[in-house]
Design a protein around this ligand. Structure first.
Ligand SMILES: Nc1ncnc2c1ncn2[C@@H]1O[C@H](COP(=O)(O)OP(=O)(O)OP(=O)(O)O)[C@@H](O)[C@H]1O
Ligand SMILES: [Mg+2]
Length: 354
């Protein structure tokens, strides 16, 4: 791993290149293709948001990159981390990369933290195992990490147990553990869903701040487009195991093309609405991953779908801007889309019939 972890060096360039990655689980009902032909890249210091509804394959995609999958899973394609290929013969032993090069903040700190072990020891453990630090050095590094993640009185907190901390503080400890060995890539899978809105924002700010300070890359996984809006450089929208739209964050919000992305945006809870307003969830269910029907996977739920959408699968195609791609035959703004929208607004269905 030389060259990937030179301290103090401002390093740019590609950290992750995923090409045509598919991940299939063998199940009794048949093969489940949870990740289907996904390609993406991530630069050093950049943050990528992976967004999509439940079951769209976000966790399986991140676990595929980390090599943390059950034995029923098979990966095909290519995953390059720095200049190392992680798939196929010659792939490195992933346990050498975990913690040190890639690490993960999990959703629920109460499950992931050991309830009978002091906070300090839980942070010190990876430092001792991966970096071979002495007990004393690991303890002082743990205190420094607690300070980095803005935990007040770290000298006292280091001796406490998880139950003595609030939910937000526990999530900060999880981040300290993930940061301990100075990874170049951090995965945060729904790191804030168990927290209230204010604490959520603080945790996301903390991750962003540590990313900038450490020139670390971040992959933020969430079902909420609102969560990634202010905290990522690039967004990849997933549906049924596929990428259906990718773009720099500002471009995506200004010029989204996929009706699915639009529907996800409409389902963001709005702060200006009374707190008990029902969210607009997208009607219908996500697609079958065993033997999926032909055509666009979103077609059965898409208000703008036409015959072609049900018959022919739209490929992920770049717009004039090569950093913005989408997979849709009748994207937002196209004449067909506008026609349907007018009909919907007039209370008519496609074809002009009520
Ligand atoms: N071990 C497994 N065996 C078979 N299928 C699996 C396995 N793990 C995940 N899947 C399937 O892969 C698909 C994608 O799951 P994944 O957990 O990646 O979704 P997700 O986007 O992370 O959803 P959520 O937002 O609920 O976390 C789902 O249909 C799931 O049932
Ligand atoms: Mg998930």
């Amino acid at each position: 791993m030389s060259g990937l972890q030179t301290e103090g060096r401002v390093d740019t360039g590609r950290i992750l290149t995923v090409e045509s990655l598919s991940t299939t689980f063998a199940t009794e009902r048949g093969p489940v293709r949870a990740v289907d032909d996904v390609s993406l890249t991530l630069d050093r210091g950049q943050s990528l948001g992976i967004v999509g509804e439940s079951g769209s394959g976000k966790t399986v995609l991140s676990r595929s990159v980390m090599g943390l999958l059950p034995s029923t899973a098979r990966r095909e394609g290519s995953i390059r981390f720095g200049d190392q290929e992680l798939l196929g013969p010659g792939a490195p032993d992933m346990s050498r990369l975990w913690g040190r090069e890639m690490s993960m903040v999990f959703q629920n700190p109460m499950v992931s933290l050991n309830p009978v072990m002091r906070i300090g020891e839980q942070i010190a453990e990876p430092l001792r195992i991966h970096l071979g630090m002495s007990r004393r050095d690991a303890r002082s590094t743990a205190i420094r990490l607690l300070r980095d993640v803005r935990i007040p009185e770290p000298e006292r907190r280091v001796n406490q147990y998880p139950h003595e901390l609030s939910g937000g503080m526990r999530q900060r400890v999880m981040i300290a553990i993930a940061l301990a060995c100075g990874p170049s890539l951090l995965f945060a899978d729904e790191p804030t869903t168990a927290l209230d809105v204010t604490v959520q924002a603080q945790i996301l700010d903390l991750i962003a701040e540590q990313r900038a300070e450490r020139n670390m890359s971040v992959i933020l996984v969430t079902h909420d487009l609102g969560v990634v809006a202010g905290h990522t450089d690039v967004i990849a929208v997933m549906y049924g195991g596929r990428l259906v739209e990718t773009a720099p964050t500002a471009t995506l919000f200004a010029d989204m093309r996929m009706p699915y992305t639009e529907a996800l945006l409409a389902s963001i809870p709005r702060l200006d609405q009374p707190s008990h307003t029902r969210l607009t969830t997208i009607p219908g269910r996500p697609p079958e991953l065993i033997d999926p029907p032909p055509g666009c996977p979103f077609a059965p739920r898409c208000a703008y779908a036409r015959d072609r959408c049900r018959e022919e699968r739209p490929p992920l195609t770049p717009t004039q801007d090569p950093t913005h791609s989408y997979a849709c035959w009748y994207p937002v703004g196209s004449p067909e889309y506008l026609e349907t929208r007018e009909q919907l607004a007039a209370g008519l269905t496609i074809g002009g019939r009520p």
